[in-house]
Write a protein that binds this ligand. Structure first.
Ligand code: ZN
Length: 110
């Protein structure tokens, strides 16, 4: 990430607000389309809820597709990943995320 470029006032405000909110992690289903749609996050007052599962699971599926189809191009992997994510039930997204949480190993590069 660039550090030399001039930063927008919005970015300054956003970064300053980070300490002013309460952050919660929870699986969020989109009430307008309960069966298939989820929300990445919500904001209500000072509370921000992040749905980690829906960020992690597509990334994990993407890398798993590379693993099972090593010859596929990046574009092909991305296209199929989008299709696979749409086929998952909420319970499956949660189950995959639970496996991720249980099995991930933190690798610290610093
Ligand atoms: Zn890739």
């Amino acid at each position: 990430m660039s550090s030399k470029k001039k930063r927008s006032a919005l970015l300054v405000d956003v970064l300053a607000a980070l300490g002013d909110v309460r952050i919660t992690e929870r699986y969020l289903i989109d009430e307008e389309n309960k069966r298939t749609h989820f929300l990445h996050g919500t904001q209500t007052g000072e509370e921000i809820v992040i749905n980690e599962a829906v960020s992690v699971v597509p990334t994990l599926l993407h890398e798993l597709i590379h693993f099972v189809r090593p010859r596929w191009s990046e574009t092909t992997v991305r296209r199929h990943c989008t299709m696979l994510v749409r086929q998952l039930e909420h319970s499956e997204v949660k189950a995959i995320y639970d496996q991720y949480v249980e099995r991930k190993v933190t690798s610290d590069n610093s």
